[in-house]
Design a protein around this ligand. Structure first.
Ligand SMILES: Cc1ncc(COP(=O)(O)O)c(C=O)c1O
Length: 392
């Protein structure tokens, strides 16, 4: 037996006419959009008519967030994707094919290294790993087959700073494009395209969203570097989800305030750590002892970011003791949260990097990476000092 409600229940509801616009963006969870006719659907799918048909191809929340990222970077094109890794994969797949070559920094996030070296090799794309802080070595690594040069604005985990203008010159002189992973800087510290980068990638999972409740990535690029990006996103299904896009758009609202507070706290933390006898080395671009301090001052407008890496004397035992004793700093292998967190690169982000390569870079078992939050400066310093006390 059926009644009218059997038919009514499955019918999609219709939006009420809206005389006013909501101030906060709605979340458009619909995976598909009602089209007027085949011509409209085809034109929208072809990109000749603005609008949405199927959310893997695009949806309002992703577009809203992408537009914000694009404007923050002063870029003609922007897109958001399901993760920072999806953004990096999009760039690789959009620009390279079998027989091509890429030059990548020897200081990359571990998974990024795995993508640009190991996975690229499986696709027939050769890679050369080079110290991108060494312009001569970088220029020498470029060949006529090189399509992309990749570096991180502030490298993970040792916080070396890329000279973006110099790298752009090297890439362009060989007909290649410069890709910059700006995750550790964000557009609040650095807009790599102003220094000549062709493509910028960020993990929005980190400081851009800032609340550890979203996994997302973004990429921005010049007109002549965009080419196949939209096709790759939709074909490989790297699309960002609506709810995540909405959350990140909200998180970005406080980006500049968070960066300002966290950068001031990070400088204080770095200065404090530099005075501790248990600490062998502190890596922070805001310290005058950092090899890229002057470059960072010019590129980042007087702030040096919220990440501080330090190496304890005594390797893994010392690191484990510190992590256990610093009870108010959660051990989280991520970064950019509003609260201070720490991680241990050798066992997390860089565990896939062979030990000799880690040793060569200076990533020791005693190396700890702090992501400094927006708590008070006193809280941050006290919480670090607790790490130096023996665990009870
Ligand atoms: C510098 C850098 N790039 C890219 C990524 C990848 O981002 P996601 O975790 O959002 O895929 C990370 C992750 O930690 C990172 O640190």
């Amino acid at each position: 037996m059926t009644d009218a409600s059997d038919d009514l229940c499955p019918q999609p509801g219709r939006l009420p006419p809206l005389a006013t616009e909501p101030l906060a963006a709605p979340i458009w969870l619909s995976s598909v959009y009602r089209c007027h006719d085949p011509q409209q659907a085809e034109a929208m799918l072809a990109g000749t008519l603005p609008g949405f048909v199927y959310s893997r191809e695009g949806h309002p929340n992703a577009q809203l967030l992408a537009e914000k990222c694009r404007l923050l970077h002063g870029a003609p094109n922007g897109a958001v994707v399901a993760s920072g890794m999806a953004a990096l994969a999009t760039v690789l797949l959009a620009h390279c094919q079998q027989g091509d070559h890429v030059v990548v920094s020897d200081q990359l996030y571990g998974r990024s290294h795995a993508l640009w070296v190991d996975e690229a090799a499986r696709l027939g794309i050769a890679s050369t790993i080079v110290d991108t802080c060494d312009p001569k070595a970088t220029a020498a690594a470029m060949t006529e087959r090189t399509k992309l040069l990749l570096a991180e604005t502030i490298s993970n985990p040792l916080l070396r700073v890329a000279d973006i203008a110099q790298l752009a010159e090297i890439a362009h002189s060989r007909g290649a494009k410069l890709v910059v992973d700006n995750t550790f800087a964000s557009p609040a510290l650095c807009r790599p395209m102003e220094f000549g980068a062709d493509l910028v990638v960020e993990s929005l999972t980190k400081i851009m969203n800032g609340h550890s409740d979203v996994l997302l990535g973004m990429l921005c690029g010049r007109e002549d570097a965009w080419g196949r990006v939209s096709r790759i996103l939709a074909t490989y299904g790297f699309t960002a989800a609506p709810f995540e896009s909405w959350l990140a758009e909200r998180g970005i609202g406080t980006l500049h305030l968070r960066i300002e507070r966290a950068s001031a706290n990070a400088l204080a933390a770095a200065q404090f750590l530099a005075e501790q006898p248990e600490v062998e080395a502190v890596h922070y671009p805001g310290l005058s002892t950092h090899p890229d301090h002057a470059l960072a001052a010019g590129q980042f407008g007087g702030r040096y970011g919220w990440m501080v890496t330090f190496t304890l004397r005594g390797d893994l035992t010392a690191a484990s003791k510190f992590i256990a004793a610093a009870r108010r700093i959660p051990f989280c292998p991520s970064l950019g949260d509003i609260c201070t967190t720490l991680t241990h690169p050798a066992s997390t982000s860089h565990r896939l990097l062979p030990q000799p390569a880690r040793d060569k870079l200076g990533i020791r078992d005693g190396t700890i990476r702090l992501s400094v939050g927006i708590e008070s400066e006193q809280f941050v310093l006290d919480a670090i000092a607790e790490g130096q006390a023996p665990a009870g």
